[in-house]
Design a protein around this ligand. Structure first.
Ligand code: SAM
Length: 295
């Protein structure tokens, strides 16, 4: 696999040779697929029995009872099954299930998903709150907003308002009890042979300035003493800890432990205590997540 020289240099500088080797192995391996059971429509027992009838073998996930992994070769077949077409499951990498769990959304809350399409995390928040929370899902890209609306409908997420706009332009008068900022990023955690040439200094600068502006906006719309989650599918410190640090230093937010049993999740070192950086491997995409409280 030929990888971008700029990305390799960033990884080497940040992680050193040993962790970089783990990351490169994670990029190169064929990842198992994973699915989340949509408890708005069904339950794990029913899904397991449909999968075993179809001869698809699954493996449990230690920190989440409503997810399983299965061989990637089965994904095509699974997409043809009615349990997929009817939104009884959502195909989602395990890493991507972490932020909605860390967010701990409650049914009575007013929640913002700030960068929402295609909706994996929005639909999970709707599910975790039994469709009772009032959710606003923001997505500026027209095609992606359409995909988001489709996924919301298919998953039966019925209390979600889609705002097709740049979240930086949301009115500061909006106030939310909880916010998920799953920020647009370089995707350095999800690299495989298909992704090349996107990594350069200029692109990284543009991405980090967007992330910084989105986080600033999120904090301004979050009610005091309330919580949010910042996540990216990047493992580069520039897009993660470096975005959070100025706000932490100025006493505007603090990092709090995610309260998840992350024991067997493959981790990379992070520069901020209680943040989580997932190392890509045969089950996980590379990912970063921080649970934050506004002071
Ligand atoms: N949270 C999504 C999920 O779990 O399905 C994935 C989100 S993806 C990492 C980031 C999204 O942010 C993209 O759909 C992108 O179009 C959107 N985006 C880009 N710029 C944005 C902005 N200024 N405001 C809000 N969303 C933005």
């Amino acid at each position: 696999m030929e990888l971008d020289a700029f990305l390799l240099a960033c990884l080497q500088a940040q992680y050193g040779s040993e962790d970089m080797e783990r990351i490169l192995q994670g990029y190169a391996c064929q990842r198992r697929s994973s699915l989340r059971v949509n408890c708005l429509k069904t339950n794990m027992q029913q899904i397991q029995s449909l999968l075993s009838e179809a001869g698809i073998t699954t493996e449990k996930v230690s920190w989440y009872d409503d997810a399983v992994t299965f061989p990637q070769e089965e994904e095509g077949r699974l997409r043809e099954m009615s349990l997929y077409k009817e939104g009884m499951i959502y195909l989602q990498n395990l890493s991507s299930m972490l932020p909605p769990l860390a967010l701990q959304p409650h049914p009575a809350e007013n929640i913002l998903d700030m960068a929402a399409a295609p909706g994996g995390k929005t639909t999970m928040i709707a599910m975790l709150t039994e469709n009772k929370a009032m959710i606003t899902a923001c997505e500026p890209n027209a095609g992606r907003a359409e995909k988001l609306r489709y996924n919301l409908m298919r998953q039966g997420a019925s209390r979600v308002t889609v705002m097709q706009c740049d979240a930086r332009k949301l009115d500061d008068l909006f106030k939310f009890d909880r916010i998920l900022l799953d920020a647009p990023c370089s995707g350095s955690g999800t690299v495989n042979a298909g992704f090349r040439g996107r990594f350069n200094e200029n692109n990284l600068k543009k991405t980090t300035s967007l992330q910084e502006a989105l986080l600033r906006k999120a904090i301004s719309m979050l009610s005091s003493k309330h919580e949010m989650v910042y996540s990216t599918c990047s493992i580069l410190r520039e897009e993660n800890e470096a975005i959070l640090e100025p706000f932490i230093r100025r006493g505007i937010i603090e990092v709090i432990p995610p309260e998840l049993n992350t024991g067997d999740i493959p981790k990379l070192p992070t520069a901020i205590k209680d943040t989580l950086c997932v190392c890509p491997d045969e089950r996980y995409e590379g990912f970063f997540m921080a649970r934050l409280r506004k002071k």
